[in-house]
Ligand binder design. Sequence first.
Ligand code: FE2
Length: 191
Amino acid sequence: MNDLQSELNLHAAELIAAATCLDKYVLPKNDDEKRLRDMMQSLAAKKKLFNPSVFRPADEDGEEKLYVLSETDESSPALYLVSAQSRVYSPPHDHTTWAIIAPITGGEVNTLFSRKDGLPLEVITTAKIYPGDIIGMNGDDIHDSATFENEATLCLHLYGKPFSAMTERRKFDPQTGAASAYNVKVSKFES
Ligand SMILES: [Fe+2]
């Protein structure tokens, strides 16, 4: 393991340690959450730690790769690096745990929705997020995301639990609000 990988592992371990004390579902609006956001922004700004020869970008438009930076057990926070080519769209979905997302390069369009049974989804906010920005969501928040037309992105994703434990995730039809299982098949690439 080289120095950059050791440094990245150290930052990942610090993030997980800071996140472990939080509730699994709701991000608290307090200093613990602010510290976590600051740590995520600080790590996302260290571009030298994310060498493209280690974290290889997805090959084609519409593709994404998921790199595991830290996963311990089913009930502990997990940190991922998501490398997506242009034109990757994730439909409206929830996470069943809190989520913090911080772009490293590129960016994405994120839309938050509200939902009432039997009605179309309603847009709460739409925002383009770039390096330096950060978004946080609770377990029942619904969002979609889209990478830009001509730009690959690299994003840090921190969750209250690992993908393997998000077994109850749902996606939602924007027109009808109907919910269905959202079990995305993620290919994991260990760095
Ligand atoms: Fe998401």
